[in-house]
Design a protein around this ligand. Structure first.
Ligand SMILES: NC(=O)c1ccc[n+]([C@@H]2O[C@H](COP(=O)([O-])OP(=O)(O)OC[C@H]3O[C@@H](n4cnc5c(N)ncnc54)[C@H](O)[C@@H]3O)[C@@H](O)[C@H]2O)c1
Length: 456
């Protein structure tokens, strides 16, 4: 069986034609980035609206820079709902479908298995080599286990000379997906064999602007590396927040000063060692829980991951205690920032949303605002809180204001913004390091302000 393309990064004509199954928050930006680097890319989704959007040149999901890249590369992008079409016209297929957490906190593979089964069936009508790349986050053992079994059974081929299989996750954060794809620190390739890994390495050499370290290994090592990276980062976050709480109780201690000095040690590094609100979003919390669940399944102690999780849950209680300490009787608290980080409408495991809910459930009056995540937050919070239509409108109703994300929207807030109607308002700027107490003579710092939100 012959390979229909040569591995030559500098020659656009010989490049493999790529396809991406799953056009969601990760898949759509991936289509756009590959197309921008000169690859022909076909997208597929079971959601016909996403397919239609891509064919019409519209971004199926919100992500900074995505629409611009789609506009620029329209002639290289198409989309379909037909797996046979996709497999016939492309050489490499990336699978980026959901892997929801099960009741045991492990990721489930049913959507990945469904996708590779359909790819396998379509491969029966194709003679040439095809490479299948799993990009979804999966439990260690999945790619070379049930995913490989499903692909081989459906295609009637063995993984090897005729069929490549790789595990290749992305290390991205929503809101900066395109930048993160273009400038990765590392490319992680779990490969069935050298041929499959070579093809994938060539694609990334052509489509990244940084010179990332490329780590090639077998699939189970790559799967474990992926969740270990996220778990290590969450451990750093909870460690910083543990120090921050110690500083709350030590007279004259300042968590910002301490964590900045800790980060100067090159063995530790400055990233993610800032005290702030807890981590949230679709990856960090569940990756950490899955890592601990894997340990339990293997009979390995994962105390560190479990403690990280408990410390993170505790941050919400800390924030709520601070609000309560400042909130007058029958007062109103404004929560600014309902997405799990700025520049995204995603509210999954968002600290702002969870704080609003916690306070509302405790009988507090809560007004909330977010520039782009308000609609998604409304569908989760319902009538528990009221929603303001601007930042100032939320502040004007509140006695305590909590800024939960470092959105540019809030960066311009000044003490005057908080001092309308002659009422005293307390701004707990969780993101910006300054704690504003209008009505007093000067800006005051407080330990609370040391909880700086970071991109997660
Ligand atoms: N979003 C992130 O920040 C992020 C970061 C790293 C890894 N991941 C991982 O990437 C994977 C996808 O995440 P996402 O956020 O892009 O999900 P998403 O829900 O935004 O998008 C998934 C898309 O897959 C489609 N789909 C579902 N089943 C399908 C099937 N059988 N065939 C074709 N299409 C199908 C859905 O319609 C949807 O459009 C998950 O495993 C996730 O853990 C996500």
């Amino acid at each position: 069986m012959k390979t229909i393309f040569q591995v030559q990064p500098t020659n656009r004509e010989n490049r493999p034609r790529l396809s991406v199954v799953g056009l969601g928050k990760l898949g759509s930006p991936m289509v756009a980035v590959f197309a921008d680097k000169g690859f022909q890319v076909t997208g597929l989704d079971i959601n016909p609206q996403f397919v239609a959007a891509l064919n019409e040149g519209r971004a199926p999901v919100e992500e900074p820079g995505l629409q611009e890249l789609l506009d620029k590369n329209r002639e290289r992008i198409s989309a379909t709902t037909d797996f046979a079409d996709l497999v016939r016209h492309t050489d490499v297929t990336f699978v980026i479908v959901p892997t929801p957490s099960g009741s045991d906190a492990c990721f489930t593979n049913k959507f990945v298995v469904d996708a590779v089964t359909k790819i396998g069936v379509a491969l029966r009508a194709k003679k040439e080599y095809h490479l299948v790349v799993v990009t979804s986050t999966v439990m260690p053992g999945s790619t070379d286990g049930e995913i490989r079994d499903a692909l081989e059974a459906a295609s009637g081929r063995q993984v090897g000379e005729e069929l490549g299989l790789c595990y290749n996750p992305e290390f991205i954060a929503l809101g900066s997906v395109i930048r993160d794809m273009l400038y990765p620190d590392m490319i992680l390739i779990g490969e069935s064999d050298k041929k499959a890994g070579d093809i994938l390495e060539t694609i990334y050499t052509a489509s990244t602007l940084s010179k990332p370290e490329i780590h090639r290994m077998n699939c189970v090592n790559a799967e474990l590396t992926k969740i270990s990276v996220n778990t290590y980062v969450t451990t750093k976050i909870s460690y910083a927040n543990m120090i921050s709480e110690m500083c709350d109780h030590l007279p004259n201690a300042d968590a910002n000063v301490v964590s900045s000095a800790i980060g100067a040690d090159s063995r530790i590094g400055k990233k993610y060692i800032k005290s702030a609100v807890g981590y949230g979003g679709p990856c960090f919390p569940r990756d950490n829980k899955a890592f601990a669940a894997l340990g339990r399944r293997l009979g390995v102690r994962c105390d560190l991951a479990e403690a990280t999780d408990r410390i993170n849950d505790h941050q919400l209680v800390r924030m709520s205690d601070v609000v309560d300490a400042h909130l007058p009787e029958n007062g109103c608290v404004a929560i600014l920032g309902l997405s799990y980080k700025p520049m995204t409408p995603v509210v999954e495991a968002s600290q702002g949303l969870m704080l609003a809910e916690l306070l509302a459930d405790a009988g507090r009056k809560v007004v909330a605002f977010d520039p782009i995540a308000a609609e998604n937050a409304k569908s989760k919070l319902g009538s528990k809180v009221t929603f303001a239509s601007t930042t100032q409108e939320a502040i004007d109703q509140a006695d305590v204001v909590v800024v939960m994300t470092p959105s540019p929207e809030y960066a311009s807030l000044k003490p005057e913004s908080f001092s309308t109607h002659g009422r005293v308002r307390v701004g707990v700027k969780a993101s910006l390091s300054t704690y504003i107490v209008p009505g007093r003579s000067r800006l005051e710092r407080d330990t609370v302000t040391q909880r700086q939100v970071r991109a997660a």
